[in-house]
Unconditional design. Sequence first.
Length: 137
Amino acid sequence: MINTRFAVAIHILSLVASTKEREKLTSDWIAASVNTNPVVIRRISGMLKKAGLLESQVGIPGSILTKLPSNITLLEVYKAVQPKEELFALHDKPNPECPVGKRIQSTLDDVFHSIQTEMESKLASQTLQDVLDHLFQ
């Protein structure tokens, strides 16, 4: 299931991309913009660093993008902060004696896989720059 990490990650990257004063980009400052706890910002920023999207240096406040916003796809961001599980979860152990129950999982597997593939394709075609262009138009 998608949680708010994806939206918060895009928020963080948008702030980093659009804020000229790197020293402002503390987890407290970003947390105030997101309206969340700085611990949440540090956790998600850590995921973005591990994915190679953000870079920071010890003793220097703030982070920088590792590539241009036009080269960061929303799919990269999504994969950086979402669990590796599928987007949709199936319920366990439907009744195999039921005509629907015995085939529902394989049917939904196909449907859900198709939807996830389409979503990932759309995310791959959108960049952080697209988000920034929309934010500041």
